[in-house]
Ligand binder design. Structure first.
Ligand code: SAM
Length: 355
């Protein structure tokens, strides 16, 4: 069953008024509510928000053949509605704030079973509940002819900024381990970042289409920074070892209510069919965190700092191994590629060094 023409719903402002839904800062609630907003993107006086969301949805290339669409933090359900109108056949939303449940349940009812509502915290939700809600008992396998559509999951969300960072790390780990909804052969992601982030180009090969996530979060400003960019950080290394990402377009902060301090940029991530990450993700993250914790130091200086923490034999074996990697140790961490961090991690693992 697909749904391309939802019945006309009340305006966002009306819904907010009727249900007395004041934005809660502790849940990072920044909505697009003002249908009269004008601007480069929001030219329409009527239904401005829907223009934004339609653009986001169009970018995501969601389609009725997708096995599953999962939206995080639907709030009043505006993005949700745009997604439904693309004709998706199976969608689950996860919302923590129960005040939105009546609105979302109504949307679910008019969707004739396409939309399933889960009340919960996306950080803790059991993914088997998402699959259960979606009535998926078996994860599809990639078709012999390489058609990924019906084995693709889309993860979408205008993520609450206060959980965006831990959530992304969690998702990356799940993707690496192929857990929960990340067991789908194909997953896709589009992220709303700060403007500065979107201006940083990234270019990684991929073919798996992965999540679609909408994120607006300061800490994410480094996620898409490429090697050579001083804004590159831990999250850039982790994400780019598993996904390809690119800037899609920018949204001014004024379109959100309440207005956040930063503009937003929509970023699309797609999983790498052959991820750069070939070492265990937890150890990888630890090693990356260690060096980025000393980001003003060169790799060599950061290694010297380990001397007092491990036995002399281990230290010698570690440095011997690292020297053979042919990585320029005079570089700072942001100059190292995800692949080089993988090789570094391997040496730490071989020497059983936990940092
Ligand atoms: N999608 C809506 C929009 O674009 O206007 C709302 C986006 S708002 C930035 C973030 C949404 O995530 C809110 O609805 C908030 O209640 C919800 N949220 C916050 N923390 C959450 C969590 N841990 N799990 C699930 N949803 C959460």
């Amino acid at each position: 069953m697909t749904l391309k023409n939802l019945p006309k719903l009340l305006s966002t402002r009306d819904l907010i008024k009727i249900y007395n839904l004041t934005a809660k800062s502790q849940l990072s609630q920044n909505f697009i509510l003002d249908k009269n907003i004008t601007g480069e993107i929001l030219r329409l006086r009527e239904g401005g928000w829907i223009a934004v969301y339609h653009k986001i949805v169009k970018t995501s290339q969601i389609c009725s053949d997708d096995a599953l669409v999962v939206e995080v933090g639907p709030g009043p359900g505006l993005l949700t509605r745009s997604i439904l109108e693309t004709g998706v056949s199976n969608m689950v939303i996860v919302e923590k704030d129960k005040r939105f449940l009546p609105i979302l349940t109504q949307l679910s009812e008019v969707s004739k079973g396409v939309l399933k509502v889960l009340h919960g915290d996306i950080l803790n939700v059991d993914h088997s509940l998402i699959l259960q809600a979606a009535n998926i008992t078996e994860i599809p396998v990639e078709g012999a002819e390489g058609d990924r559509l019906n084995c693709r999951v889309h993860l979408i969300g205008n993520l609450p900024f206060n959980i965006a960072s831990p959530l992304l790390v969690q998702w990356m780990k799940m993707l690496y381990n192929r857990e929960g909804i990340f067991r789908f052969p194909s997953v896709s992601m589009t992220l709303m970042f700060q403007k500065e982030v979107g201006d940083v180009g990234i270019n990684i090969e991929y073919s798996t289409e992965l999540f679609l996530v909408l994120i607006r979060f300061k800490k994410f400003k480094r996620i898409v920074a490429d090697v050579e960019d001083s804004r590159r950080g831990r999250n850039s290394v982790l994400v780019q070892s598993l996904c390809e990402a690119k800037k899609v377009y920018q949204l001014p902060s004024r379109v959100f209510v309440p207005e956040p301090k930063v503009d937003a940029v929509l970023i699309q991530l797609k999983s790498l069919p052959n991820p750069v990450l070939t070492v265990p993700v937890n150890e990888y993250e630890e090693v990356v965190r260690y060096f980025y914790g000393k980001r003003r130091k060169t790799i060599h200086s950061a290694l010297i700092k380990l001397k007092s923490k491990i036995s002399p034999e281990k230290f010698e074996s570690l440095t011997d191994g690292i020297e053979k990697l042919e990585i320029d140790l005079s570089l700072r961490p942001e100059k190292l590629t995800s692949e080089q961090f993988c090789r570094l991690t391997k040496i730490f693992i071989e020497n059983s060094i936990k940092i």
